[in-house]
Ligand binder design. Structure first.
Ligand code: KIV
Length: 286
């Protein structure tokens, strides 16, 4: 499938005009359980959404934007305002992928009612189709509360970055028998509560496979297993924007290196007065 975007130069804003297409729906995503793997990447900006949309089934506006976009030390300081602003941009830049928006830390854990207020604001302000929430069995009543009220929820189990203080770091989960059993129970509870999908992050591969077999909804892996129903990565990680990434990241590009090379050339040309050249300056009207 191809999508073409043009830039509306009259407003100097990226104004996508794609070929008509239907956005993927929650039932279409659910129907992919055990089928063709679902392709998911994070996106935080309109232009990146435009570039990723033709290739992805889902775009995740992850609260990883705290670190990736804002340089925060963790996802904990991310706010609903940030998620709404970036979520709306990603919806504006996409036409095909189903957009899922992370619920930030502190916006949903207090009660199902608090989660409903936050999630309904996110969906109303962004136009996205679904929210994602971290947490296991303890969040199941909240997942059920939202799902029954028409808010599709994606769960997130295993390595849950919002719980970094309780977990003591970002290491892989499920290595002990007790933790393995707990995470499997968490996934089952979230699926039974009605989650349309579950992200399994940073779990040992045997556990990832058991989760896939144990739940009826698609399991999207990140640092999990190729046998998951789909995969997600943080876009800046897979494009090589950072020097340090988790072991489970595969770098498909070296964007940081390319940016550095391009800016080195630019800086040299500015200093030598090679830029701007004749093509970049205006001649007087004849
Ligand atoms: O915030 C995020 O980007 C995520 C993915 C890593 C799954 O939750």
């Amino acid at each position: 499938m191809s999508t073409t975007f043009t830039i509306d130069t009259s407003t100097s804003r990226a104004n996508p005009t794609p070929a008509p297409m239907k956005r993927l729906t929650i039932p279409a995503i659910q129907a992919r359980k055990g089928g063709d793997p679902l392709v998911m990447l994070t996106a935080y900006t309109v232009r990146m959404a435009q570039l990723l949309d033709p290739h992805c089934d889902m775009l995740l506006v992850g609260d990883s934007l705290g670190q990736v976009i804002y340089g925060l030390p963790s996802t904990l300081p991310v706010t609903l305002d940030m998620m709404c602003a970036h979520g709306a941009a990603v919806v504006r830049g996409s036409y095909h992928a189903l957009v899922v928006i992370d619920m930030p830390f502190g916006s949903y854990e207090g009660s199902p009612e608090q989660a409903f207020a936050s999630a309904s604001r996110v969906l109303a302000e962004t136009g996205a189709a679904a929210v994602k929430m971290e947490g296991g069995a303890v969040m199941a009543p909240t997942v059920e509360f939202l799902t029954r009220r028409g808010i599709p929820v994606m769960g997130h189990v295993g390595l849950t970055p919002q719980a970094v203080n309780a977990l003591g770091g970002y290491g892989a989960r499920g290595r002990s028998n007790a933790e393995h059993a707990k995470i499997l129970d968490d996934a089952r509870a979230i699926a039974e509560a009605g989650a349309f999908g579950i992200v399994a992050e940073g779990v040992v591969e045997t556990l990832a496979k058991e989760i896939v077999a144990a739940v009826g909804c698609p399991v999207i892996g990140i640092g999990a297993s190729a046998e998951c129903d789909g995969q997600v990565l943080v876009i800046d990680d897979m494009l090589g924007m950072f020097d340090r990434t988790a072991r489970f990241v595969k770098r498909y590009e070296d964007l940081a290196g390319r940016i550095s090379a391009a800016v080195t050339t630019y800086a040299g040309e500015v200093r030598s007065r090679a830029f701007p050249g004749p093509e970049q300056v205006y001649a007087p009207k004849p």
